[in-house]
Design a binder for this molecule. Structure first.
Ligand code: ADP
Length: 250
């Protein structure tokens, strides 16, 4: 199996605050890895370092053989599809223009851009005419589908998603969950997804990395989290998410 990412002793500080303590992580090609943990545990920071949007304070991030650095981020981003909560679309561009922007910069002609966008619209189950709209005219679910199209436009090797379903109402969220998993299965790409929701992690992942306060607490197959929790924190985290309404009252 080839390796998608290798992180060696990677840490991140913001001023006096340590967002990530030195950690090692290897992601194999084809894995669907979910980073999970409470808010502020360092999940997004870790993802941003993998995309090259942030520079590590210590250590090294590699994508395949290549070192990921902020100044190489633009070139690497063509091989990494990145999706953020809310979609992160440019408000002054239509959905189609958002999706096609980088391909256009790379010199793809109009016909090729339209053909690829149309193919992706079908994949994410979005009617072609929705692509003419501006982001403000899209529902949350549609915006997220457009964002996914944008991330897939150049057929990247890896998809990195930061809480892609976080801002959606429960029904839209459920629909997109189902579609997203099907898309992952169909495309067979390496996926790294951030969520704070255990149900979602279990639904998508073949490997779960649980974080707490900038450290990896547990890393393994989803079942391990439930059956072989690494410590008392993991047990608490799982219990809090699995049965929030079943806790005994005062
Ligand atoms: P998570 O994604 O798990 O919610 P983050 O990676 O966003 O956590 O944040 C980890 C920690 O780093 C938090 O304490 C957060 O406040 C801090 N942090 C994140 N980004 C910045 C930044 N740009 N400047 C300062 N602190 C930051």
């Amino acid at each position: 199996m080839t390796t998608a990412f290798t992180l060696h002793q990677v840490s991140k500080r913001y001023g006096a605050h340590t967002a990530l303590h030195p950690l090692d992580l290897t992601v194999e090609a084809g894995q669907r890895l979910v980073l999970i943990g409470p808010s502020g545990s360092g999940k997004s920071t870790l993802l941003r370092l993998m995309v090259g949007l942030d520079e590590a304070s210590t250590g090294e991030v590699r994508f395949g053989q290549e070192r990921v650095t902020a100044d190489r981020s633009a070139a690497l981003r063509r091989r990494l599809g990145y999706v953020v909560q809310g979609g992160g679309l440019f408000p002054h561009l239509t959905a189609l223009e958002n999706v096609s922007l980088v391909a256009r910069h790379l010199g793809w002609d109009r016909e090729r851009r339209l053909a690829r966008a149309s193919e992706l619209a079908q994949l994410v189950r979005l009617p072609d005419d929705v692509l003419e709209r501006y982001p403000i005219q899209l529902s949350g679910g549609q915006a997220q589908r457009v964002s996914l199209m944008r991330a897939l436009m150049l057929d990247p090797e890896v998809l990195l998603l930061d809480e892609p379903l976080g801002a959606l109402d429960p029904i839209t969220r459920h629909e997109l969950q189902t579609d997203l998993r099907e898309i992952f299965q169909r495309l067979q790409k390496t996926v790294v997804m951030v969520t704070h929701d255990l149900g979602e992690a279990l639904y998508f992942a073949d490997r779960i990395v649980l974080m707490r306060e900038g450290r990896i607490v547990q890393d393994g197959p989803p079942a391990d989290l439930l059956e072989r929790p690494a410590d008392a924190f993991v047990t608490r985290f799982v219990r809090a998410q699995r049965a929030p309404l079943a806790e005994p009252g005062p």
